[in-house]
Design a protein around this ligand. Structure first.
Ligand SMILES: Nc1nc2c(ncn2[C@@H]2O[C@H](COP(=O)(O)OP(=O)(O)OP(=O)(O)O)[C@@H](O)[C@H]2O)c(=O)[nH]1
Ligand SMILES: [Zn+2]
Length: 210
């Protein structure tokens, strides 16, 4: 279980089952929703809404469960000594997060690279680190920096590069109502502060960039 988050039980039939909710927290979050439903003019007793407080509570718990994940531990659980010292790029990692201002989704892709310095990391751990920081109330800039810092401080590579591109539903469904704008953020350490290395990384992810 050590690499699994609170929401994942052991693999069954090739799928990770998402079934571990904190029942006490679900009940507390759900208890507020009948009042919220009434405040928006709904009838929380009507058939379609009876179970909605519990559903919303479970959804919110899932969407913020990164708060309980130790991302550094996720990396440490699969670090291997290896002499490979070229760039490792994992691109097109789906990102789903919630903006901390409106609690509406922002989502898109992360592209991550590092240059090993004696250790490599299990590839799946990179998307797991993305999820650990994304499944919280976030801003895209902090998400970008937290991923960079976690990989740099834990794996201690020769450099880390993180580029994230997201659409923010708070800018599309409400507010300024711009449906097509995409926000790009980036963060670099070490060798990626050098123009040549950074350009190589950007060239490798170019086809994926919007
Ligand atoms: N920098 C940054 N801003 C974000 C992110 N997600 C949402 N925002 C912005 O947070 C800001 C909050 O601004 P406020 O003026 O306090 O909120 P608001 O009145 O709802 O603003 P509008 O969205 O312009 O209607 C808005 O400009 C959002 O677009 C993010 O990840 N990074
Ligand atoms: Zn927002």
């Amino acid at each position: 279980m050590s690499n699994l988050t609170a929401f994942e039980s052991e693999e069954q039939d090739g799928y990770i089952k998402i079934d571990q909710y904190n029942q006490k927290q679900v009940e507390e979050i759900a208890s507020y929703y009948p009042a919220i439903l009434r405040a928006i003019g709904e009838n929380p007793e009507r058939e379609g809404l009876v179970k909605t407080p519990e559903r919303v509570a479970k959804a919110l718990q899932f969407l913020t469960h990164g708060n309980d994940v130790d991302a550094a531990e996720v990396l440490r659980s699969a670090m291997f000594e290896e002499e490979y010292s070229q760039m490792v790029v994992v691109k097109d990692i789906e990102v789903y997060s919630l903006c901390e201002h409106h609690m509406l989704p922002f989502f898109g892709k992360a592209h991550i690279a590092y240059i090993p310095n004696g250790h490599i990391v299990g590839l799946s751990k990179i998307p797991r680190v993305v999820d650990a920081f994304a499944r919280r109330l976030q801003v895209q800039e902090r998400l970008t920096n937290e991923i960079r810092d976690c990989i740099q401080e834990t794996l201690k590579p020769a450099g880390v590069a993180v580029v994230i591109e997201c659409k923010h539903m708070c800018m599309a469904m409400r507010g300024v109502q711009k449906q097509n704008s995409v926000t790009t953020t980036s963060a670099f350490t070490g060798a990626f502060q050098n123009d040549v290395t950074r350009s190589e990384f950007l060239r490798l992810i170019m086809a994926s960039l919007d």
